[in-house]
Structure formats: structure tokens, C-alpha cells
Design a protein around this ligand. Sequence first.
Ligand code: PGA
Length: 250
Amino acid sequence: MRRKIVAGNWKMNKTLIQGLQLADEILSASTSAEVLKIIAPPFTHLSAIAEKIKSRTDFAVAAQDCHHLQNGAYTGEVSAEMVASTGANYVIIGHSERRLYANETNDILIQKLNRALSARLIPIFCIGESIDERNAKTHLEAIRAQLKDGLFHLSSPDFGKTIIAYEPVWAIGTGVTATSYQAQGVHDFIRTEINKKYGKEISDNISILYGGSCNAQNAKELFACADIDGGLIGGASLKSADFSAITNSF
Ligand code: PGA
């Protein structure tokens, strides 16, 4: 059985005090222990939040990124090993904002994935088409290329550990959510591509999350789809009531 997961990507929001308060609120809300809740705060908050959740098996902490090299003279950067040393067990890789603003290419993403896995972090790998690709109806080709060029170099055991987040770029932070029909269509496509490359057991067991203006109102319909195993939540993860409502939407 695939694990149901809701991950909150705080992006560049919340001071340390504000973040600790939000984490406390999320931890005290009643949520199903069956659902894994992953909190992805800024790097500066990782160890304090990891400490708070350490006795909870239904919570985990993720970094929003890690560097593609192991260590060295790269001022301002944070390595996968450093992330792991905070107590975080997950790392988001290939978010569209990083692909866009930090010019992350497939070549860099491949290196990040490899670094994350060797630091024993579980990658949450983001893929998703642009509005132009969606309008031109080439979105499935775009998704196929992102899988092939960014992810399908992994061995079966490594691939089997990863989580995929389908985030159509046009839906992120826009308030325009993919319909459940659109999202399920792409999730089914992703699972079929994985099946072709890695076989049925791995494709049946990998969690594929939907992201892009997912909120407390639309989560239920999205999560009811056969191939949607949860969500990667941006804006709505910054309010504990909304995030908790989303975690209770299965
Ligand atoms: P959003 O962001 O929920 O604010 O659209 C999702 C994401 O970027 O992961």
C-alpha cells in the first residue's frame, strides 16, 4: 500500500519564532496517524522543528533544497549531509521555483538526487508542465522528458525510495488548481511511465503527490483520485487550520 502524504512547503516564509509556533499548532491538531505529514521549513528552522517532531512517527521534516556538491568553498550553500545532520529525513528537489530562479538544470538535479540519496535523505522530486506546454497539449511529453532526464537514471532500489510531486507550474501560487480530472490524468500517466521503466511493484508503491493551489476546499476531490496519494502544499501550509484540514481530506 502506498503511503498517504501531505507535505507543507513553507518556502521563504516565517521567522524562527513564527515557524516554531506554526509547528506547535500543526502538531497539536488532530490528524490521522495514517497520513505522513512532512514539514518543509527554511533551512534555519530544520533542527528545531526536527527536535519537536522526533517522538511522532506520523511527522517528518524536509529541506526545500540541497546543494549538488558534497562540500567546499560554496558560500551560502547547504549540503545534503548538513540537512541530514539536522534530523531532517526528506528533501524537496527540482521545485519549479528553483528550476526558474536558480536555473537548476536536469544535470544539476541528477547530482542533487544522488547527493540526497547518499546522505540517506528521501527526495521529493518535483515535475510539472508550463502553461504554454499545457495549452499546446504537449504537457505529457514535457512530463515524460522531466522523468527521463531528471529521475530515470536512478537504480530501482533508489527510485523506489523517492516521492514524486506533480506540480503544474501554472497552478503554483496562482489560485488556479488543476481539476481532479486533469491531475488524475497526469498522475496515471506518470505511474504508467514508471511501470514501463521500473515495473509494477515499484510503480504501485511510489507515492505521487499533487501540488499547485491545493487547499482545504479542493483537497478532498483531488485526494479521492486513484493515483493521487496526497499533496505538496505551499500557501495553504502556512495556516495550521488549513494544513490540518488538508491532512484530514483523505
Ligand atoms: P501553492 O504552492 O500551494 O502555494 O500553489 C505549491 C508548491 O509550490 O509546492
